[in-house]
Design a protein around this ligand. Structure first.
Ligand SMILES: Cc1cc2nc3c(=O)[nH]c(=O)nc-3n(C[C@H](O)[C@H](O)[C@H](O)COP(=O)(O)OP(=O)(O)OC[C@H]3O[C@@H](n4cnc5c(N)ncnc54)[C@H](O)[C@@H]3O)c2cc1C
Length: 162
């Protein structure tokens, strides 16, 4: 989210609550805590973000996208479906239950464009969508659309055959 300019005329009152007797719902049990390894590249500071969707299908293709991203100074993120498929780390999820992003360029590869995803990308200055289904809703929010597969797009973008 972009911060609004500070409004010095606003005032407020701080109300302090005492939670010392707070008892969480006993039906909730902490089974274990898992620390996720986060890399240094942040979605908040990235000017170019490449979004990977379930349509990218394989870790090998995600790896190809990561190599291309490194060449163009982009950070790789993904849809919830890509996170659930184990293609993208959970802390790089874009969407309603992930990050809202506002890069200069967002390249959505293999992402259908459901509202829970697109609601979080409309702050991008330009959106390019790559998807073989010309009826995919992502094309309604994209500035540029490329109706093709991940494999074909990557071989043209990187010059390497898949
Ligand atoms: C409460 C709630 C919260 C949610 N929060 C989020 C959220 O934060 N973020 C989020 O992303 N989703 C969220 N979702 C899920 C969302 O509704 C979609 O299910 C999800 O975004 C779909 O991800 P996807 O586009 O990667 O996968 P899919 O919808 O499965 O789309 C895959 C796309 O890949 C294309 N494709 C197929 N083959 C290829 C190929 N060879 N190359 C390239 N493309 C190909 C297909 O044409 C298709 O359009 C949420 C849902 C709910 C109910």
């Amino acid at each position: 989210m972009k911060a609004l300019p500070a409004d010095e005329s606003l005032t407020g009152e701080i109300i302090r609550h005492d939670f010392s007797g707070f008892c969480p719902d006993t039906r909730i049990r902490l089974i274990r805590e898992v620390l996720e390894e986060a890399t240094g590249d942040s979605l908040g500071n990235s000017r170019i973000i490449i979004g990977v969707g379930r349509g990218v299908k394989t870790p090998a293709l995600v790896e190809r996208i990561r190599r291309w991203a490194a060449q163009i100074g982009a950070v790789v993120a993904g849809s919830r479906a890509a996170v659930e498929a184990g293609l993208i780390e959970a802390h790089k999820q874009v969407g309603q239950t992930g990050h809202t992003i506002a890069p200069d360029l967002y390249v959505a590869i293999g992402i259908s464009g459901q509202i829970q995803h697109t609601a979080a990308i409309t702050g991008a200055k330009k959106i390019i969508a790559i998807n073989p289904d010309c009826n995919a809703p992502i094309f309604h929010v994209a500035d540029y659309g490329w109706v093709t597969t991940t494999e074909e797009a990557l071989s043209q973008l990187t010059g390497e055959a898949i």
